[in-house]
Design a protein around this ligand. Structure first.
Ligand code: 3PG
Length: 219
C-alpha cells in the first residue's frame, strides 16, 4: 500500500541518510557556533539540528548555515513562528518533537522540509496521512525504543524513523540495526559544557565515533 498523499519527506529522508547520527545541539553562545559546526562537519556529521531552546539558537543557525558541507536545521520547532524565524536565519530543515497542522502548514508555505515527531501508532498514521513518511520517534527511549520501532514495522512498513531522546553511543548501534531506522539523533556528542570550554577535541572525537557507527545488535 502506498502513501495517501505525495511524500513531504523526500528531503528529510535524504538528510537522514547522510550520516548515522544527527547531533542535537543546545548552543549556549552563538560565538562557538562556527567552530562547533566545522568540528562536527569535519568529523563526518554534516546534518546538524540546532534546537530553538537557547537565546543563541537563531544566531547560531545563521553562523552554521554559512559553513560549507553542512545542512543546518532548527530543532524544537513548536509553532509556525518558530518555523518562519528558523527559515529566516538560514535553516534548511525543521525538526519538531510532535506534529501540528499549524507547523505542517507553515513549513509547506515556507518550503521548509519538516521532520515531525511521533510517539504512537496513531500519531505515525496521522503523519503518514499528511504525507510524511520520514519521522522522528520522540522521546524514543521513554516511549518504547527499539521494541516500539520493531512493532511499528509490521503494520507501517513504509515509515522510516530517526529515533531521538535518551539514545547514547552505546545504544545507537541497536537502533541502527533496525530496518525502519535511517539514523538516530542525540545530544551526547556536543554537551554544553564542552562547547563552553571550546573542547573541540572531545566533541570531534565523539563525532568521529558517531559517524562510524553501524547497525549492530548487542549480544
Ligand atoms: C532533544 O530534542 O532534546 C532530543 O531528543 C535529544 O535528546 P537527548 O538529549 O536524550 O539525546
Amino acid at each position: 500500500m502506498t502513501s495517501l498523499t505525495p511524500s513531504r519527506s523526500d528531503h528529510t529522508r535524504y538528510l537522514c541518510g547522510l550520516a548515522p547520527v544527527i547531533p542535537v545541539l543546545v548552543i549556549p553562545d552563538a560565538a562557538v557556533a562556527a567552530d562547533l559546526g566545522r568540528t562536527l562537519i569535519g568529523a563526518g556529521l554534516p546534518v546538524l539540528e540546532v534546537t530553538l531552546r537557547s537565546d543563541a539558537a537563531l544566531d547560531a543557525i545563521r553562523a552554521m548555515a554559512a559553513l560549507p558541507g553542512g545542512h543546518v536545521g532548527a530543532g524544537t520547532v513548536l509553532s509556525a513562528d518558530d518555523a518562519r524565524r528558523a527559515k529566516d536565519h538560514g535553516a534548511t530543515f525543521a525538526v519538531s518533537p510532535g506534529l501540528t497542522d499549524a507547523i505542517a502548514a507553515a513549513c509547506e508555505d515556507l518550503d521548509l522540509p519538516l521532520l515531525p515527531g511521533v510517539a504512537t501508532a496513531t500519531e505515525a498514521m496521522a503523519a503518514r496521512d499528511m504525507g510524511f513518511d520520514m519521522l522522528k520517534l520522540f522521546p524514543a527511549e521513554a516511549v518504547g525504543g527499539r521494541a516500539l520501532l520493531k512493532a511499528l514495522a509490521g503494520p507501517l512498513p513504509q515509515l522510516s524513523f530517526c529515533p531521538t531522546g535518551g539514545i547514547t553511543t552505546a545504544t545507537a548501534p541497536d537502533y541502527l540495526a533496525l530496518a525502519n531506522v535511517t539514523c538516530v539523533g542525540g545530544s551526547w556528542i556536543a554537551p554544553e559544557a564542552d562547547q563552553r570550554a571550546r573542547d573541540w577535541d572531545a566533541i570531534g572525537g565523539r563525532a568521529r565515533a558517531a559517524a562510524s557507527l553501524q547497525g549492530q545488535v548487542s549480544p
